[in-house]
Design a protein. Structure first.
Length: 257
């Protein structure tokens, strides 16, 4: 393993590998989400969606700050699998990047194309994310990985209060994903993750939550089946309808599957 701990991810992960990873978990549909800030990757993901029945949609990267953005969006919007856009805000050196004027001008173009914007941040970015969302009250947002709280340290605050505040915006949905990799990769338990799930359930409710895997990054801490098993313990006490909402129905609605 490389010194940064990401060695196991430094190989190709293809659609056939996803099929193998999910075969025992009753997964019938998946959304492929960008990892690189690269138009070629977006095109590649759209090609996968066109040729593999498991992948029903793509949240891709586009240059939101570029003058060429309108033409790029119109081109990708012709693909029926193009469902949304994401930028890796968590890796920007400026914590206020998400508030930049040119970035926000780009985001304003998503609504008329019915494109979702996936928010990828660390918990420290939540104040800026709240202000960002308030600039776009008609835009549908999905918060990825429950904003990456400090699960490894078992810290809930101030993440919990900020999540509750963000959840007051009804145009924001929360993806239940990326939790195991925010804990200790070798010793996390479903019990350790449970308070974080319960908090987002309280804040968003089952009608604005959706299951996610964060595969293949997930493989740093668990296989697909282990994560699905943990998730199923989280929702076990909910009604069948609420379980269906979080497991699939909300995602189908949000991403127009």
């Amino acid at each position: 393993m490389n010194s940064d701990g990401l060695g196991p991810l430094r190989r190709d992960f293809l659609a056939d590998h996803l099929v193998q990873a999910t075969h025992s978990s009753a997964v019938s549909a998946a959304i492929a989400v960008q990892a690189r800030q690269d138009l070629a990757e977006t095109e590649w993901l759209l090609d996968i969606a066109a040729n593999h029945s498991l992948v029903k949609g793509v949240v891709g990267w586009v240059p939101l700050t570029s003058p060429d953005l309108p033409a790029v969006l119109e081109r990708f919007a012709q693909h029926p699998s193009f469902k949304g856009v994401r930028h890796v805000v968590q890796d920007e050196p400026d914590d206020a990047f998400i508030l930049c004027d040119d970035f926000n001008r780009g985001v304003t173009l998503l609504k008329h194309l019915e494109l979702v914007y996936d928010i990828l941040i660390y918990e420290r970015h939540l104040p800026q994310a709240i202000e960002f969302v308030d600039r776009h009250p008609q835009q549908v947002f999905v918060l990825d990985h429950i904003a990456k709280p400090k699960i490894k340290e078992n810290i809930l605050q101030p993440w919990a209060d900020r999540i509750r505040e963000l959840a007051r915006r009804e145009n924001v949905y929360c993806k239940v994903s990326g939790m195991a990799t925010e804990a200790d990769w070798t010793s996390w338990t479903a019990q350790q993750l449970r308070p974080y799930f319960d908090l987002v359930l309280e804040a968003f409710g089952p009608n604005r939550m959706l299951f996610g895997s964060d595969w293949p990054v997930l493989t740093l801490a668990a296989d697909y089946g282990t994560w699905v098993g943990a998730f199923q313990t989280f929702i076990a006490d909910l009604s069948p309808h609420e379980q269906q909402l979080i497991s699939s129905a909300t995602a189908r609605q949000v991403y127009r599957l």
